[in-house]
Design a protein around this ligand. Structure first.
Ligand code: TXA
Ligand code: MG
Length: 537
């Protein structure tokens, strides 16, 4: 099929487009939000072509586009006053309302739902096309399913050239993200998708609006959601996207530690200088959210390249129109979001030095402790691949899915090479798990690990600290705590790395050489010095 390409400026375009739609074929249409892939919304065969062209899941319903607000009555029943009030204020415009559907709307348009989504777009040419076609136009965003939406005719060309009869070029879309969707079929209005019309602006007309959890959180595939489209990974370029929160400086530090050649940073125009070492791409001004909305999808399309590997993205605050930017970015990132401001402290030191006091002090400032020994034992229960790796290297040490610690201990403690092999297996698994947990942590984190350095965990830390204590204090602590003799305590201490080793390798040393209460004070002063808790500006 050859795809015709017509300008919205040509006076004959609306008639040509309307004829194609009446004939049950597809037309890519401009709107103020994004380009849509339009067809006669009352014709099941035509609607089926939309699903086929986009590769869209069948359970994801379409929006019906109408030319005049009054047409709402043709396709919906039980229309509440609030719907008319919203239409009066925001139509034509980037707002879609979900209402009970009349029988005239085919099941394939609504994906079998008793409701239908309707919108009157603020785009003169498209409203003319709808009027001339004499039918409501069902149109999803014109992108291939899962890809960033199309905000220029060229994006549509890229996704559909040769597959649809006509693209109408109306220039770049003014708003740049898809319409706000509000469901008016419940007791309270519910926001299903944030867009160019803000919750704040709608609330002035309809009062309290419930924010559907799909707007801000990740929804698993089997959850029943109000807007079926919200559960799919969306807008995603062919590389992984990580949202990096926090100040520009903190984000630059975070990225610097992880940056690989080829990676990109998606940021605000104001930050281009700060990220100049990381191939930054600006999508708009942080100070002007409209520019971020308008630029987001074009930028995500530019980053749609597997050779990039990772995109570190900056995201605006979630109020007003920022909510729509944040929602699209979160989906592009598969909800992968980190806080560059959260401090990660690596804690180590010899046995009996009083690490517990420091850990308690850390918790008292709201920090979270990742006890790597506990994580290892948890992984032995939950991570089959760890158990299999141990079993492969140490046959007979895993019985019925459980590690036989005695057997394994007998092997590794008499054979340094075997111990090194075991450590290579366990350290890798523990590090991966700690990394996974760090990505979702929002408070300061302390990684508590004897093998902080051997296991490579120090690489995940912003700073490392070792606790030291006078030998006689350590012996006294161990004999009481573990009910052992002085000789046994000495054996344990000598089996570990000497204090000098910690002094050489750690960023900081904290000496526990006074009363417990003094050491606690010392720890708190130390956290303060490191600015582990960010003070509000
Ligand atoms: O700005 C827009 O709305 C663009 C332009 C072309 O108008 N269209 C658009 O369509 O974004 P689409 O198909 O990409 O997104 C429609 C969303 C999907 O998440 C879908 O699940 C939801 O609307 N939806 C459609 N009908 C619904 C219904 N009856 N109840 C709940 N959600 C519905
Ligand atoms: Mg879409």
């Amino acid at each position: 099929m050859t795809t015709q390409y017509l300008s919205a400026e040509d006076s004959t375009t609306p008639q040509i487009a309307a004829e194609i739609i009446k004939n049950g074929e597809l037309v890519a249409i401009p709107t103020e939000t994004v380009y849509g892939l339009g067809a006669d919304g009352l014709n099941p065969d035509a609607v089926a072509k939309i699903f086929a062209a986009k590769g869209r899941p069948q359970d994801n319903p379409l929006i019906l586009h109408i030319a005049d607000a009054a047409d709402l009555e043709k396709f919906c029943h039980s229309i509440p006053e609030s719907a008319w009030a919203l239409a009066e204020k925001f139509w034509p415009g980037p707002l879609t309302m979900v209402l009970p559907a009349k029988d005239i709307v085919p099941k394939c348009t609504t994906a079998g739902l008793p409701t239908v989504a309707v919108r009157c777009p603020d785009c003169e040419i498209t409203r003319q096309i709808i009027r001339k076609a004499g039918v409501p136009v069902a149109a999803p965003s014109a992108n291939i399913s899962g890809k960033p939406s199309t905000t220029t005719a060229k994006h549509v060309y890229h996704d559909h050239n040769g597959k649809i009869p006509l693209i109408v070029d109306g220039g770049p879309c003014r708003v740049g993200v898809e319409s706000t969707i509000i469901d008016l079929t419940d007791e309270k209005p519910r926001l299903l998708r944030p867009g160019g019309i803000t919750v704040e602006a709608m609330a002035e007309i309809v009062g309290e609006i419930v924010i559907d959890k799909a707007v801000t959180g990740s929804i698993d595939k089997d959850t029943v959601v109000k807007a079926p489209g919200m559960k799919y990974r969306h807008y995603a370029p062919e590389c992984s996207v990580i949202i990096v929160d926090g100040s520009t400086e903190a984000a630059a530090r975070y990225i610097k530690k992880r940056y690989q050649p080829g990676n990109r940073v998606l940021c605000f125009e104001e930050e281009l200088d700060a990220f100049s070492a990381f191939a930054p791409l600006s999508y708009g001004k942080e100070a002007d959210t409209d520019t971020l909305l308008a630029g987001l999808f074009a930028a995500l399309r530019e980053l749609d390249d597997p050779s990039i590997g990772t995109v570190f993205a900056r995201c605006p605050a979630g109020s007003g129109k920022g909510m729509a930017v944040q929602n699209r970015l979160l989906k592009a990132a598969g909800f992968h979001r980190v806080n560059a401001e959260r401090f990660v402290l690596g804690i180590t030191g010899g046995t009996g030095c009083g690490k517990t006091t420091l850990l308690k002090a850390f918790e008292s400032i709201g920090g979270v402790i990742m006890d790597c020994d506990a994580i290892y034992h948890e992984l032995l229960k939950t991570n089959a691949s760890l158990l299999y790796s141990i079993e492969d290297r140490f046959p007979g040490c895993v019985e019925a899915g459980k590690l036989n610690r005695k057997k394994l201990g007998a092997i590794v403690f008499s054979d340094p090479a075997a111990l090194a092999d075991l450590n290579a297996i366990t350290h890798g698994a523990v590090k991966a798990e700690v990394q996974r947990r760090l990505e979702v942590a929002s408070t300061p984190v302390a990684i508590d690990a004897i093998g902080l350095f051997e296991g490579g965990l120090y690489e995940l830390c912003d700073a490392t600290v070792a606790i030291t204590a006078p030998l006689e204090d350590r012996i006294a602590r161990l004999t009481v705590r573990d009910n052992i003799t002085t000789e046994q305590a000495m054996l344990r201490i000598n089996a570990q790395k000497p204090e000098s080793w910690f002094r050489e390798n750690c960023d900081y040393i904290l000496e526990n050489n006074g009363a417990a209460i003094d050491f606690q004070e010392k720890c708190l002063a130390f956290f303060d010095k490191l600015s582990i808790i960010k003070k509000k500006a």
